[in-house]
Design a protein around this ligand. Structure first.
Ligand code: ATP
Length: 332
């Protein structure tokens, strides 16, 4: 049996990194049939929308997607393609595992954190008004229902994957209603899982503690904006945006993606690191239960990283995307 997966190549370095990823997954014999769909600038040109209904329907049907980074034209009234995708498909969990990788020199060893980000509410609801010429009002949306839903997902995931400790991080001292609702929902759900260690921390303290020593942290649960910022910070602790995978997960649908953007500064040069999208592809394989093949590819990646002979520029090497890709396939 093969899994049909909607593939959105994306903008900037997107086609380069998704191309490398599909090449490696195909070479490893991953049971996937890629169904290409448009998103970002290519979709605006062809279909007049950065996240067209055809693409959403393809994902709705396959229940699985892999996507490169998407750009949204600015100043033309489009909502961010990524935000639109998450909201339309109700992909309420932003899932970002951040782990130390072999062969990549970073200030800390043994980082193993999962950042969970509520993907559908907060300032990303996109409700803004100009009240006067001088004043704008932007609404932070926070419902108890969404807070409870992602908290329950978090605890269930931890229970099934042997994770032991979770912190809900917010700024309820300053935003008592919106952040307070999120924290309250978390506490309600935590009561059902007394065997999982849980607590709360102000998000600024979290930033400070992560920079000082990230190794004690396990699972972090945050609202949308804090999660966006802190997950990039966490990526910086283990080698940067080029290496950290991500997923947007809902009740029935999951779309896997890199944390990084379109990297216009290096797009088209063939030097981008495909590891983030590749690792997202491995998360996809694990999500559908293909652990063995995911583990085999991960082993090949780790071998290449440990050897250090074919690393891309962001990791301190001089290999281009093609060489790095070929080295992984060679190890397979
Ligand atoms: P966007 O506007 O799409 O968010 P950006 O340039 O603001 O793009 P990123 O694309 O995340 O943000 O890039 C931030 C920096 O990290 C850039 O210098 C980029 O070259 C680098 N970078 C991001 N992804 C990769 C990658 N896969 N390989 C190598 N470098 C990367």
């Amino acid at each position: 049996m093969k899994y049909p997966v909607t593939l959105i190549e994306g903008d900037g370095i997107g086609p380069e990194v998704t191309g490398a990823t599909t090449k490696i997954l195909d070479a490893a014999g991953a049971p996937i049939v890629w169904e290409k769909a448009l998103g970002g600038l290519a979709a605006v040109e062809a279909l007049g929308h950065p996240m067209p209904e055809q693409t959403l329907n393809s994902i709705r049907q396959n229940r699985l997607g892999l996507k490169g980074p998407l750009a949204t034209p600015k100043g033309k009234g489009y909502r961010s393609a990524n935000v639109h995708l998450r909201q339309e498909l109700d992909l309420f969990v932003g899932y970002r595992p951040v782990q130390t990788l072999p062969g990549i020199t970073t200030p800390y060893k043994d980082v193993n954190i999962i950042v969970l980000r509520e993907n559908t509410e907060d300032l990303y609801a996109g409700i803004e008004h100009a009240i006067t010429e001088d004043t704008v009002l932007t609404l932070k949306v926070s419902t108890h229902r969404s807070g409870e839903r992602i908290a329950r997902w978090a605890f269930e995931h931890m229970r099934n994957h042997g994770r032991r400790s979770i912190l809900c991080c917010h700024k309820s001292a300053v935003v008592p209603m919106a952040d307070g609702a999120f924290a309250d929902a978390f506490e309600t759900v935590a009561g059902d899982y007394p065997y999982i260690d849980s607590g709360q921390l102000e998000v600024d303290s979290l930033a400070f503690e992560l920079a000082r020593d990230p190794t004690p942290f396990d699972v972090l649960l945050l609202q949308n904006l804090y999660g966006d910022i802190l997950s990039d910070l966490a990526a910086g602790l283990v080698g940067g945006l080029g290496v950290v995978p991500g997923a947007n997960i809902g009740d029935k649908i999951a779309v896997f993606e890199a944390v990084h953007g379109t990297a216009p500064d290096i797009a088209g040069k063939g030097i981008a690191n495909p590891l983030a999208v590749l690792s997202s592809g491995l998360l996809l394989l694990e999500y559908v239960g293909e652990q063995t093949i995911a583990e085999r590819i991960r082993r090949a990646v780790f071998d290449v990283l440990e050897e250090g002979k074919h690393l891309t520029g962001d990791l301190g090497g001089d290999a281009d995307t093609a060489k790095f890709t070929a080295a992984i396939i060679d190890k397979l």
